[in-house]
Design a binder for this molecule. Structure first.
Ligand code: R5P
Length: 303
């Protein structure tokens, strides 16, 4: 029997891309809120002896997590032989250490909680900085699917003479992978975070020529502070407006300094989080990791 996937929260474009692949059945899930704000979940499709996947991207996690845990526990309670999570955006990975005395290390708490309710997890390009591997926060098998090839393919198809820019040192490995994949030049800058919304970016855009299109590739756009700073810098090097490619577009609104800038063309994002900028299909890498984890978990289940 095919795995049964329950879509709890995901971009419409991702759902459409996943569903056309047809390698699983789609479950019906009822999710509503009681008048007091508590979540109600019912898995309408039977789950007995099925491999169940809950699809729930975790932007605005505090609004979604309770429903997610209820869905996972309901699946197990009603007989699923495994319950996996596809969370294209994995929240709480940025607070990965206590910077000040008394601060909560959210990544550890969040990882431990999800590990108690799921058998495995697949996400896309999680924010791994001081935490290097998902196994440092998850005690279940946890895989990070890569967005580099879909991003590279999108840039190669849609951008004339691209010059890739990584806004910070964390972006270096995947900027290099994308640049190698499509054979284009790149530069990586250095970023210092000054506050939740402000950053300082230094470095040289060596190699960016007037007839090239700056393509900044970042894992997350949240406040837009990073975007604002790096776009201002491209304006000094080229007349062509920059395209900003984000894996996870979390910003409801971009700063006016960006939207009013002549140096900004548009934001383009992967379909990991519902956003008007969604354009890059990442269903393939997510499903490939999920298929493998389902097979491994089923093999253990049969032993
Ligand atoms: C930071 O380390 C990430 O790679 C992103 O650049 C960052 O999270 C973007 O956040 P914001 O939009 O708030 O500057």
């Amino acid at each position: 029997m095919k795995p049964l996937i329950f879509p709890l929260h995901a971009a419409d474009a991702l759902m459409a891309d996943l569903f056309t692949q047809g390698s699983f059945d789609i479950g019906e899930i009822e999710h509503r809120r009681f008048p007091d704000g508590e979540s109600y979940i019912r898995l309408v499709s039977p789950v007995d002896d099925r491999a169940v996947i809950i699809l729930c991207t975790l932007n605005r996690p505090d609004e979604r997590v309770m429903a997610l845990l209820l869905a996972a526990d309901a699946a197990r309670e009603h007989g699923a032989h495994q319950v996996g999570l596809i969370a294209p955006y994995l929240a709480y990975m940025r607070q990965d250490q206590a910077f000040l005395e008394g601060e909560a290390v959210s990544a550890q708490t969040f990882g431990a909680m999800l590990s108690r309710h799921f058998d495995w997890l697949v996400t896309l390009e999680p924010h791994l900085h001081r935490i290097r591997r998902l196994s440092e926060v998850f005690s279940i098998p946890a895989r990070a699917a890569e967005a580099t090839l879909p991003i590279g393919d999108w840039v190669a198809t849609n951008v004339e003479r691209p010059f890739l820019i990584g806004p910070d040192s964390e972006s270096a490995p995947w900027i290099e992978r994308i640049a190698t994949h499509i054979g284009v030049p790149f530069a990586v800058m250095t970023k210092q975070r000054l506050s939740d919304r402000k950053v300082r970016i230094t470095g040289k855009l060596a190699g960016l020529q007037q007839d090239m299109t700056p393509v900044i590739v970042d894992d997350i756009v949240s406040s837009g502070g990073t975007m604002s700073e790096i776009i201002a810098q491209t304006a000094h090097a080229t007349n062509r407006p920059a395209i900003y490619v984000a894996v996870h577009a979390l910003a409801d609104q971009l700063p006016e300094r960006v939207t009013h800038s002549q140096a900004f063309d548009r934001l383009v994002s992967c379909t990991s989080v519902p956003h008007p900028s969604n354009a890059i299909d990442i269903s393939g890498p997510l499903l490939a990791e999920a298929d493998d984890l389902i097979a491994r978990t089923s093999a253990r289940h049969r032993l």
